[in-house]
Design a protein around this ligand. Structure first.
Ligand code: 3PG
Length: 373
């Protein structure tokens, strides 16, 4: 090989790294903004089925306008494409709505800690449902992920199960406390140091926990189906995600109407507008637009990176979301929970590294397979 060719290879490798760095930074930043506005909206308007539907509707509309105005080239799809996309969209819909329900019940940080266990779900589904086996080291690497998640979650569940204790991973600005027969804002209680003898239902924590777990499971299936569906297709990452949004919107809308419905939405809307003012509409628009944008950038980045790199990037993303949401929403965190979260996140890195060692040469570089590993 001649010198100039090697030099140009080094240059293009460096350019690729810069491009991936930009993708990652954009993806994480968009995701942090989404998570903050999503939680602000859910605090004021606790109807996650509607907000999930609106984020899909907004993304679908943005993409249809882009196609109509030729800002983006419309994909060339056939019936077969939509048929193979259907199971992906079902799983995407379930994962999306379950994560949103979770975030409507508990702190954003809590949901994301549980969601950092997604790789563990991937291994378990592959093992027990697809019959794929892994070396013992892969299974061992799941121990810190599951153990760390358990430590991060344990006082949260315990707190609500027994009805008293310390607050962990809660967005205290939204919790109302029944103290001596009167409903009060827990935030003020915390400041007053009056954290005894209050009553809370255990339901929010359990549904918050279960929502994040269901989301993990659904996204693993979404990834497996995507991998199969994308094989041999020439639709770009951006358009694939757009089609996924449109189909998911059709699937979710009737369920959102059945579970929540226009009557509660109208009442909730009035309350939110009277409490927040017109800013509420901007928050709703921001969460919907940023939801689409972060997902679109994440799917676009898949064209450039391996599944494993994506999986590491996704965990890194959760760190920025957890840290920023704890700061912004003043989420109280106990040392044991922080330790659990750190162990879970480090465990995910360990898992990624071990899988890289064993599978580096076997992981097919199929688009969208990243989350499915
Ligand atoms: C959603 O609403 O779909 C979730 O916030 C998705 O979370 P994730 O993209 O971080 O897995």
């Amino acid at each position: 090989r001649s010198e100039p060719i090697e030099a140009s290879e080094v240059k293009s490798e460096a350019a690729k790294r810069v491009k991936i760095g930009i993708y990652f930074a954009t993806w994480w930043a968009l995701n942090v903004v989404f998570n903050i506005y999503n939680k602000k909206v859910l605090n004021a308007f606790p109807y996650p089925w509607l907000t999930s539907t609106l984020s899909l509707a907004c993304g679908s509309l943005m993409m249809m306008i882009s196609w109509a105005t030729r800002i983006a080239e419309a994909p060339n799809t056939d019936f077969e494409f939509w048929k193979t996309l259907f199971p992906v969209a079902v799983a995407h819909t379930i994962g999306h709505v379950a994560a949103t329900v979770s975030m409507s019940k508990v702190a954003v940080s809590f949901t994301h800690i549980i969601k950092s266990g997604e790789p563990a779900f991937s291994v378990l589904v592959s093992r027990f449902l697809l019959g794929e086996t892994f070396p013992p080291s892969v299974y061992m690497s799941l121990v810190p992920i599951i153990g760390g998640c358990a430590l991060a979650a344990v006082t949260e569940l315990n707190f609500n199960m027994i009805g008293h204790g310390d607050l962990t991973f809660y967005d205290i600005s939204v919790i109302k406390v029944n103290y001596l027969g009167l409903e009060r804002d827990l935030n003020n209680f915390a400041l007053l140091g009056c954290l005894q003898n209050y009553e809370l239902s255990c339901w929010p924590s359990i549904s918050g926990f279960m929502g994040a777990m269901i989301s993990n499971l659904a996204f693993v299936f979404r990834n497996i189906f995507s991998k199969r569906g994308m094989k041999g297709k020439s639709v770009s990452g951006m358009n694939y995600y757009a089609c996924l949004s449109i189909l998911s919107l059709f699937i979710l809308t009737p369920f959102a109407i059945a579970v929540e419905g226009p009557q509660v939405w109208a009442a909730g809307w009035q309350t939110a507008l009277s409490q927040i003012g017109p800013n509420f509409i901007w928050w709703l628009a921001a969460q919907s637009v940023f939801y689409h944008l972060y997902n679109q950038v994440s799917y676009m980045s898949l064209n450039e990176i391996s599944p494993l790199t994506f999986s590491i990037g996704n965990t890194m993303k959760r760190i920025s979301v957890i840290v920023s949401s704890i700061i912004i929403f003043h989420t109280p965190v106990q040392p044991i929970n922080a330790l659990g979260a750190a162990i879970a996140i480090l465990g995910t890195f360990l898992y990624s590294q071990i899988r890289e060692i064993f599978y580096l040469h076997h992981v097919p570089n199929v688009m969208f397979s990243h989350r499915y590993q």
